[in-house]
Design a protein around this ligand. Structure first.
Ligand code: FAD
Length: 460
């Protein structure tokens, strides 16, 4: 077998989410030593932040093969393959028991935050004997920065801790930061936060599954507290684009999210503002005012009590400054993956199987996997990550043939074949209503909106 990694140092894994733990399980199976650093107080701490959300893929897609084998040896019984776990159940019934298997547990360090990685004694610029130098990982543990050495690094630190802001150009402003007490990034547990949202003007920003999950929970709250007003703001030309593949989706639960939200929009439980590009947020008498471009008009929306920003996530590459990386300039994904997942050109969300070869970085024996490998693209599925780490570990442990044989069948999203009209003048769906004399002639909604007309060119 070809010797890919040299020396007796362990392989370092950053992040104890499902993909990092799967990488560890594959290394255990290959008899290779590893050390896993997890920032949280428990494994999968990112998932626990959305633990109340039901996943759209059933257990059969959520369990890694090597992890299952390790678990079964320890007497674990697999959950029913066809059921949909919540995030919390994924952690409690699978990831936590996996991390407690002895071969895993002995090599996991919790509350350990990676703050820097370099080749020993070399900064990014230096070539000399670079590939022979071990990696040094700088890790904050209990207020102290410790240094660990490794012969390879698998970065599976996800993107959850690095959300996108509300502004449509992606810029974080102090003004937005100052409103932090009234903004939730991600998917709030609305049931637990009833006091925060009931009878309030709540605006949800974003068009993905996270936004839809938050909206559906708010609609439930509105049944109990009818004075709750829900606004849904997104950049898409037409809200229909957010509904996804619906009954054509290979994952029934994912398809149903679109169907449910369509129904709520049609029942006017949610006021949709689209296309809407947010330019600024400002605090105003304890409320938030939102400025943006809506259908080519400048509008100002007052009196928003709470914002839920579900505009996606971006990878944190700050601790990788001294590592030679090839990331796509737009998607910030591993470069070779970008053409497969770029939401600008790839509507399907289904990705052909890929492994070590596509994930290879200019820095030998360094890999970005899991959610982080997709950069800003939102379509990552666990099954993809499990196949990624199987292939990477096969390669690192000298099984070059195994590394190349990538197998992955992902359920189709069902959106490739739908012909979504992205035209502001489309007449088919008009749930969003603003008083304006634009060619799309919407009717008014009961909200304090000021319109500063600019341009109707989209309809010319
Ligand atoms: C609400 C929601 C629902 C989803 N539902 C599904 C679904 O149904 N099916 C599906 O296949 N996928 C789903 N996904 C997508 C994806 O599978 C998950 O996001 C999954 O958690 C990604 O796994 P990961 O291991 O790559 O990253 P994460 O789960 O985010 O794990 C990364 C880990 O790294 C740690 N970490 C971060 N930075 C550092 C650092 N500097 N040092 C040390 N540790 C660090 C974090 O604490 C975290 O535990 C969903 C995602 C979301 C947000």
């Amino acid at each position: 077998m070809e010797k890919v990694m040299k020396g007796n140092l362990p392989v370092a894994i950053i992040g104890g989410g499902p993909v990092g733990l799967a990488a560890a399980a594959h290394l255990v199976q290959k008899g290779e030593s590893f050390i896993l650093f997890e920032a949280g107080a428990t494994v999968a701490s990112n998932i626990l932040e959305w633990g109340h959300v039901k996943m759209f893929s059933p257990w059969q897609y959520n369990i890694d093969r090597a992890s299952r084998e390790l678990l079964e040896k320890s007497g674990w019984v697999s959950p029913n393959e066809n059921l949909l776990p919540t995030g919390q159940e994924l952690v409690e019934e699978y990831l936590l028991p996996l991390s407690q298997v002895k071969e895993m547990n002995d090599n996991i360090i919790l509350n350990a935050i990676i703050v820097g990685i370099a080749r020993k004694g070399l900064d990014k610029l230096k070539n000399a004997k670079r590939e022979d130098a071990p990696f040094q990982l700088y890790v904050d543990i209990e207020g102290e920065t410790k240094v660990f050495e490794a012969k390879a690094v698998i970065d599976s630190s996800g993107t959850w801790k690095n959300p996108n802001p509300a502004l449509s150009n992606g810029i974080w402003t102090n003004s937005e930061r100052s409103l932090n007490n009234h903004i939730y990034y991600g998917i709030p547990n609305v049931n637990k936060l009833e006091d925060r949202y009931r009878d309030k003007n709540v605006m949800v920003i974003g068009s993905g599954h996270s936004a839809i999950n938050a909206l559906l929970e708010l609609v439930e709250l509105k049944v109990k507290y009818p004075n709750t007003t829900i606004y849904w703001v997104m950049r898409k030309q037409n809200v229909k684009e957010a509904y996804g593949g619906q009954e054509n989706d290979g994952l029934q639960a994912r398809g149903e999210l679109g169907t449910k939200i369509q129904r709520m929009v049609e029942l006017e439980q949610i006021k949709v503002l689209t296309p809407f590009y947010i330019h600024n947020l400002k605090g105003e008498n304890g409320k938030i005012s939102v400025t943006g471009n809506h259908n080519f008009d400048e509008v100002l929306i007052h009196d928003i009590d709470e914002l839920i920003v579900s505009t996606g996530f971006r990878p944190d590459i700050s601790f990788l400054n001294e590592v030679r990386l090839n990331l796509d300039p737009a998607v910030e994904s591993v470069e070779a993956l970008a053409p497969l997942i770029d939401p600008n050109i790839h509507s399907c969300g289904t990705v052909r199987p890929h492994g070590e070869e596509e994930l290879r970085q200019p820095e030998k024996n360094f890999y970005i996997v899991g959610m982080k490998s997709y950069g800003r693209a939102p379509t990552f599925l666990l099954a993809t990550g499990y196949e990624q780490v199987r292939s990477v570990v096969a390669y690192l442990t000298g099984d070059i043939v195994g590394a190349k044989e990538v197998h992955l069948e992902l359920p189709e999203t069902g959106v490739c074949s739908t012909n979504i009209e992205s035209n502001c003048c489309s007449t088919e769906t008009k749930p969003m209503q603003i008083e304006s004399d634009s060619c799309c002639t919407p009717k008014p909604i009961p909200l304090k909106i000021e319109i500063n007309k600019k341009d109707n060119s989209c309809c010319s």
